[in-house]
Structures are given as structure tokens and as C-alpha cells.
Design a protein around this ligand. Structure first.
Ligand code: MG
Length: 265
């Protein structure tokens, strides 16, 4: 089941995709809900980021080939950092290349959307029960600032640096999915989520040992090898098996007054 968040009569709503139509959800997307019979055409609506997180928890260096290309040792435990919800944009939105950075990279990643409050998920518990579904994510990174700063906050947190969508794929097992990133149509990253150093359940246990996850929060899972710079005018597509394609374009910060949606919208 693919769940989309979109604008209907100026109001953000959730709907389930059936062929090329979106059928409105009645009730909470995080609990039991009913899918309405009436649908609207997918092509006629403006898609939004797939959820409204209170936080976006990201994981660094979770693929061995990416560790190698960054000349880093694979970590012994998950390396966690945060991206602010104000950085979130949706499919079709514009990634702004800030003038503070000379090198802004794409990082195609699988992201998880939390379904219910999760704190200290026990080893014997099914971590998947806490997850609503999976989405595509671009963990946009100002690489020069990341290398210059002691920690990641500045490099990872510019407005528009967290692109997600196009939908939440529910009922999809996250452990064996092809993941690809294209820059201007050229394949730049190609891997499979089975190549993660820490699996999705391991990541969820590690995160919830530290902080409580709330419905709508996002946990990203790291990027494979092949990261590279984006320039204004570029288009970047993150494609994950069973989810779809997240497409965004890049513009120089000064050439574009604001992202198409308000950050976090
Ligand atoms: Mg990343």
C-alpha cells in the first residue's frame, strides 16, 4: 500500500494510491483508518513531504563502500545525527544550494516513517511494528562544511536539505531493496539495502535507546557509495524498489526566493 500526503482544497491530507488515483484516508494514518471510495487523480494534486516529523534521525556511514570512499573505518555502533524538520521538502520541491557552501552533495537513502511511539525497543520485540512504512530520502550535505566543522549540524541542516517522498510504502520489508540515485539521468549510486552495516531493526533499537520516536518521525539509514556534488540546474532522482522515485531540482540560494513549499510543509 502506498500512502501519499498531498494538498486537497488547500488542506494537507493523506490518501492511498489505487492505480493513478488517490483515495482519501478517513481517521489517522498512524492508526486504523478507512479508505474512501472516491478518488482524485494523482496528476492533479500537489504532493507534500510524506509526513510531519518532530525530528529526523539520520545515520552516518552505514554502507561499507561509502565508508571506503570517505576514508572512514566502518563504525562499531550506529553513528547518529539529527536533521531539523525545517529542512524537509517534498517531491518536486527545489533544493537550494546555499552560498555558504562550495560543495553540496546528494545522498540517496532509504528512510523509515515511525507509526507509533517507540522508546527502548527490546531485542525480542518486532521493531517493524513501530514503522508505518518506507520512503526515499535525499540527505543533502554541504560536504565542505561537514569536513570543516567538528560535528554535522551546519552541513546537514540548511533549509531544503531533507528531501523525502514521493510516498510511504507500507508493508514493504526494508532489508532487500535496490536503491539508486541519478544525477541528470545518469546513474551515480547503485546498491541494495542488504548492504547496510547496521540493519533497520538494529538502527531502531539504537535510536530508541537514546530518544523516544513519535508518530511521523523519520529515521534515515545511510547512503551507499557514489555520493557527488550537485549544481544549480541539476535534477536528482532517488529511486528505491517498491517505493518509487523522489525527484528534486537544485537552484542557487540567491536565484530563488524560497522553496516551493514552506520548509516542513
Ligand atoms: Mg547520509
Amino acid at each position: 500500500m502506498k500512502i501519499y500526503r498531498f494538498l486537497l482544497d488547500g488542506r494537507p491530507v493523506y490518501g492511498v494510491r489505487r492505480e493513478d488515483r488517490l483515495h482519501l484516508i478517513r481517521g489517522s494514518v498512524f492508526e486504523d483508518f478507512v479508505v474512501e471510495e472516491e478518488g482524485v487523480s494523482l496528476g492533479a494534486v500537489r504532493l507534500l513531504p510524506p509526513c510531519e516529523p518532530t525530528k529526523i534521525v539520520a545515520v552516518g556511514v552505514n554502507y561499507r563502500d561509502h565508508a571506503r570512499e570517505r576514508s572512514k573505518e566502518p563504525p562499531r555502533e550506529p553513528l547518529l545525527f539529527l536533521k531539523p524538520p525545517s529542512a524537509l521538502i517534498g517531491p518536486g520541491d527545489v533544493i537550494l544550494h546555499p552560498s555558504l557552501s562550495d560543495r553540496v552533495d546528494f545522498e540517496g537513502e532509504l528512510a523509515l516513517v515511525v507509526r507509533r511511539r517507540a522508546r527502548r525497543i527490546a531485542p525480542e520485540e518486532d521493531a517493524g511494528a513501530y514503522i508505518l512504512g518506507c520512503t526515499c530520502f535525499n540527505d543533502v550535505t554541504a560536504r565542505d562544511l561537514q569536513d570543516r566543522d567538528v560535528q554535522f549540524t551546519r552541513a546537514k541542516s540548511f533549509d531544503t536539505f531533507a528531501a523525502a517522498g514521493p510516498c510511504i510504502a507500507a508493508g514493504l520489508s526494508p532489508d532487500n531493496l535496490e536503491i539508486k540515485t541519478f544525477l541528470n539521468g545518469k546513474l551515480r549510486q547503485s546498491s541494495n539495502t542488504r548492504n547496510m552495516i547496521f540493519s533497520v531493526p538494529e538502527l531502531l533499537r539504537a535510536v530508541t535507546r537514546v530518544m523516544t520516536l513519535l508518530p511521523g518521525d523519520m529515521v534515515t539509514t545511510g547512503t551507499p557509495a557514489g555520493v557527488g556534488a550537485m549544481q544549480p540546474g541539476d535534477r536528482v532522482d532517488v529511486q528505491i524498489e517498491g517505493i518509487g522515485i523522489l525527484s528534486n531540482t537544485v537552484a542557487a540560494e540567491n536565484d530563488f526566493p524560497a522553496p516551493r513549499s514552506e520548509p516542513g510543509g
